[in-house]
Design a protein around this ligand. Structure first.
Ligand SMILES: CC(C)(COP(=O)(O)OP(=O)(O)OC[C@H]1O[C@@H](n2cnc3c(N)ncnc32)[C@H](O)[C@@H]1OP(=O)(O)O)[C@@H](O)C(=O)NCCC(=O)NCCS
Length: 175
């Protein structure tokens, strides 16, 4: 991995959406339209965080969208500027969202990931997610299966990732 990029993680603002859309289109085979993000901004149970360069609030480098439902957090979207990958942004975004969810009493995190998406699966595995099922032909167009992954954020896991040495650099902003 290259050196960690100095970032701040904060809740998204409407003016961040053009930069978010640019990263979205560069990151996904079937990118979300702008209206999807606008809906996320309005949903009471949705949380969307952006990472921006520490010295420039307008320089968005990644984002994450999750839903907080009962004691679960569902991860729906995560992407990092292709030019800035492997600099710890994806992991810090994910940890920031999971920490926020834990503060709201979430104890289980769930997500779906394309079977061919090795990079994302490695990220999730590195944080303790485990595969827990497959949905055949989940993604339209490519008819690719989704791998379901689950993480139990028990006391030991929370202490490891939010209080221990792994917490260093996990979140540098306020959310
Ligand atoms: C998946 C994604 C968000 C990762 O973001 P990132 O900022 O590059 O990830 P990080 O630098 O935080 O990497 C954390 C860990 O994830 C794993 N990882 C990330 N990218 C990897 C890759 N290309 N190959 C192997 N492992 C990878 C590694 O374990 C890495 O730790 P290390 O660098 O110390 O080895 C990014 O690749 C991306 O935006 N992909 C396109 C969108 C996407 O697939 N989103 C997920 C949809 S489910």
């Amino acid at each position: 991995m290259s050196a960690l990029l100095p970032i701040v993680i904060e809740p998204v603002r409407p003016e961040d959406l053009p930069a978010v859309l640019e990263i979205e289109r560069a990151s996904h085979v079937d990118p979300w339209r702008e209206s999807f993000f606008v809906e996320e901004l309005e949903r009471p149970h949705a949380l969307m965080l952006v990472a921006h360069h520490r010295t420039d609030r307008r320089r968005i480098v990644g984002y994450i969208c999750v839903w907080l439902v009962a004691d679960e957090v569902q991860i729906f979207n995560l992407a990092v500027d292709p030019a800035l990958r492997r600099r710890g942004i994806g992991r810090r975004l994910l940890l920031a969202a999971l920490q926020h969810a834990c503060q709201r009493n979430a104890r289980v995190a769930l997500l779906e990931v394309r079977r061919s998406n090795y990079a994302a699966q490695q990220l999730y595995l590195s944080l303790g997610f485990r595969p827990c099922g497959v949905r055949p032909n989940y993604y339209d167009g490519l008819r690719e299966p989704a791998v379901l992954m689950e993480l139990e954020m028990d006391r030991i896991w929370r202490s490891r990732w939010f209080n221990g040495e792994n917490a260093k650099g996990s979140e540098e902003g306020s959310c």
